[in-house]
Design a protein around this ligand. Structure first.
Ligand code: ATP
Length: 587
């Protein structure tokens, strides 16, 4: 049986290889577009690899391309294996050393149409350009030697040009992936799975810059067999149609080429529930292995059904030690020398044309502390400092540039405080503030207040929480707390930031110091509980407690027998609760 022989022009989001439509139904046959030989659909992939190396098809340009890490790993394992990853994140593009043979037949320049229709934010892996200096990067930059003088300086500038240093330094292997020992150390579930090459669907949850995207790429590379391909999309830019297209392509790949798809969805929490639902059946049946990354608590942001089909791996902020190792690797790759405290820069080798660059060890340590476990912030801070050093380097004495602690601090001018006003950190910090005030710890209370305000929190949000606290945790132990908190809210409303920070601090200290009582809060809780648990219709309001504004109501007995307390000099014997719940105590 001969399969139809027209070439399907797929939408560009995933396509770089034209392939026969209709092939693959019950061991159908397809015709090789290069040598016209017919063969089972399952064999076309391997055949094309060999065939195209022998005789490239006319009209199919077999261009040399920068290989991604995935390709390199794949080729190292099996130089003849087909390789046509259909997505490649621009930021993950990797450096292909000159002269490395490219054996994949499908590494072609995409048609303009395909490029145009590419998923926003994605670069089809066929979008091949010769490597530009700013794109060089496979997690290791070629080192720059200062003995090359101004040329070395120029090369250093070029290395720093273009893509951010953090992207260029993205590790390709677990050896260069620092920290996260809790999830990647010996005998951890993830490491065992990686070793066994069997990867389930995973949600990587962690703060920005802790290495979620990087780890997903490493996982994909690790499992990259002939039978797997890696596709990435970002939930910030991909539409529902893009998701459907990815799934359709994954199904085709499964059906025609028996290849599974590992789909990396960055910022998966940005997809709405419907979009997340789209993945469900395909994750369930194994067409797609989902690797999702999120900075938000997945229990709130990821569909429960999807969550139950994935393992959640929690990544933490990178430790200072891990950050130091990451920075050191970048510094080495850039050819910058590290200056420990007792060492002086070596001027002897610098001629008038040379501008060697050094970085103080102390500056690196400070940067590792300041970037708050976010490797991207750390690497970009380093990049800025080096670039600033290069810009002013000409004036440096003896043509030596030393990056000092103060340069690093300037490079990190923006607030490095991690605080996501819309996300989990917002709730974590307000909870910490509430608990510190409850524990009457003024110091801690002020600290958490500062974390929020300096991170850009809305002061009125904090003020509203203080009003609530004044009642919930202080209540009648200090009835002045509530007016204090309400005044604070009003004052913040009048004045705004930054002036209102001291007003908030004053109120926080007052609330932390003052005595606490939850009597009101818990009593009202019991009332709610009583109403919720009441079986049958709620008891009517006793007649003597009812108001009787009309004659008819009076005739019905409303208000009858009510004892008006001010008329009595003695305490009045009277029931105020319905007889059905007489004697119940809330206080
Ligand atoms: N554990 C790590 N080891 C080495 N480098 C790392 C590590 N984590 C992050 N990096 C560096 O930081 C950069 C940013 O990391 P990555 O994109 O993986 O973070 P992320 O957690 O996905 O962040 P975001 O949530 O903001 O997308 C990487 O390109 C890499 O250079």
């Amino acid at each position: 049986m001969t399969a139809p022989h027209f070439w399907q022009v797929q939408s560009g989001i995933m396509d770089e290889v034209a392939r026969p439509v209709g092939a693959g139904i019950a061991e159908s046959h397809v015709q090789c577009p290069v040598c016209s030989q017919e063969m089972p659909a399952s064999a076309i992939n391997l055949h094309l690899d060999t065939c195209l190396q022998v005789q490239p098809a006319s009209g199919v340009s077999v261009k040399k391309r920068r290989l991604s890490c995935e390709d390199q790993v794949l080729l190292a394992r099996n130089p003849n294996s087909p390789s046509f990853p259909l997505f490649q994140k621009a930021k993950a593009s990797e450096y292909q050393p000159e002269g490395t043979p490219t054996t994949s037949p499908f590494l072609t320049t995409p048609s303009p149409r395909r490029t145009e229709t590419a998923v926003k934010g994605q670069v089809p892996s066929g979008a091949v350009q010769p490597p530009k200096p700013e794109e060089l990067g496979s997690g290791h930059l070629p080192k720059v030697g200062f003995q090359e003088g101004q040329q070395g300086e120029k090369m250093l500038a070029e290395r720093l040009d273009g893509k951010p240093l953090a992207d260029k330094m993205r590790p390709c292997s677990l050896q260069d992936y620092m920290g996260q020992n809790k999830v990647l150390g010996e005998n951890t579930m993830l490491r065992t799975l990686l070793q066994s090459n069997e990867i389930p669907s995973i949600i990587l949850w962690g703060p920005p810059g802790c290495g979620k995207t990087t780890l997903a790429h490493i996982i994909a590379k690790n499992t990259h067999k002939n039978t797997t391909r890696f596709v990435t999309i970002s939930a910030t830019s991909a539409s529902t149609n893009d998701v459907r297209e990815v799934i359709k392509q994954a199904q085709n790949e499964q059906r025609l080429f028996k290849r599974k798809t590992i789909l990396f969805v960055d910022e998966i929490h940005r997809f709405n529930k419907t979009q997340q639902d789209t993945f469900l059946p395909h994750v369930e049946c194994g067409t797609i292995t989902l690797l999702g990354a999120t900075t938000e608590n997945p229990s709130f942001q990821v569909n429960n059904a999807l969550l139950s089909r994935c393992r959640v791996i929690v990544l933490e902020k990178l430790s200072v030690e891990a950050m130091e190792a990451i920075l050191m690797r970048a510094v080495e790759s850039l050819g910058i020398k590290v200056l420990s405290e007792d060492l002086q820069p070596d001027c002897r080798s610098s001629s008038a044309s040379e501008t060697p660059m050094y970085v103080e060890q102390k500056a690196l340590t400070t940067l590792a502390h300041l970037c708050d476990g976010d490797a991207r912030t750390g690497l970009n801070g380093l990049q800025l400092s080096v670039q600033a050093g290069l810009a002013t380097g000409k004036d440096a004495p003896a043509n030596i540039m030393v990056i000092k602690e103060e340069h690093i601090k300037e490079g990190l001018q923006r607030s490095h405080i991690l605080y996501d006003r819309a996300g989990e950190e917002h709730y974590n910090c307000i909870s910490a503030l509430h608990k510190s005030m409850r524990g009457s710890d003024q110091n801690a209370s002020l600290y958490w207040l500062g974390r929020m305000l300096e991170g850009g929190e809305d002061p009125l949000y904090v003020a509203r929480r203080l009003v609530r606290f004044a009642s919930e945790d202080i209540g009648l132990a200090d009835p002045l707390a509530l007016p204090q908190a309400v005044s604070t809210f009003q004052a913040c409303h009048f004045i705004g930031m930054p002036e209102c920070e001291v007003i908030l601090a004053q109120c926080v200290m007052y609330l932390a110091r003052t005595p606490k009582s939850i009597a009101v809060y818990s009593a009202y809780g019991k009332v709610k509980e009583c109403l919720k648990n009441h079986k049958g219709p709620l008891p009517p309001v006793p007649l003597h407690l009812r108001n009787a504004p009309t004659r008819l109501m009076k005739d019905f007995g409303y208000g009858k027998g009510y004892k008006y307390n001010p008329m009595y000099s003695q305490p009045v014997e009277q029931d105020y609760l319905p007889p059905e719940i007489k004697g119940i105590k809330f206080v």
